[in-house]
Design a protein around this ligand. Structure first.
Ligand code: ZN
Ligand code: ZN
Length: 140
């Protein structure tokens, strides 16, 4: 995504393209290692010291709500964020807690009778286990 694409996706989502939202999106585009909100704030704040923690967190929440940014739930730890643009699943390492992208594949939807009136947007998987590095260490 280039700068124009960031602006377009903000416009398309109905969010005003403020300098801060733009900075959050641009940071996520350049850092695909699933940063936490605190890391995003640090980066945005170092570019523009006027941006407060509260504003950054609010912007992040707006972007998640608008479907531009995804929060990857990691139990017991700070949520990690990435851009919604490219569909992928996630792998979380039990040992080092690294969050890695796994190429997208379609997951069968549950039977409609078990969903009732719920409307499913997507089904996202989180695979867990040992990442390549930790698996190698464990086998030694
Ligand atoms: Zn690991
Ligand atoms: Zn991801």
């Amino acid at each position: 995504m280039d700068p124009e694409a960031i602006k377009r996706s903000l416009d398309g989502s109905g969010l005003r393209c403020t300098a801060q939202r733009y900075a959050v999106m641009a940071f996520l585009m350049d850092h695909k290692r699933h940063p936490t909100a605190a890391e995003i704030f640090k980066a945005v704040n170092s570019l523009d010291p006027r941006s407060s923690r509260a504003t950054t967190y609010n912007n992040l929440r707006d972007l998640v709500k608008a479907g531009l940014v995804r929060e990857v739930a990691v139990e017991g730890r700070a949520g990690r964020f990435d851009l919604e643009g490219l569909r992928h699943h996630h792998f979380i390492c039990d040992r080092c807690s690294n969050v890695e992208d796994v190429e997208w594949y379609d997951v069968p939807k549950p039977a409609s009778r078990s969903l009732g009136k719920r409307v499913v947007r997507e089904c996202q998987l989180i695979l867990r286990g040992l990442c390549a590095k930790c698996a190698q260490r464990a086998s030694r």
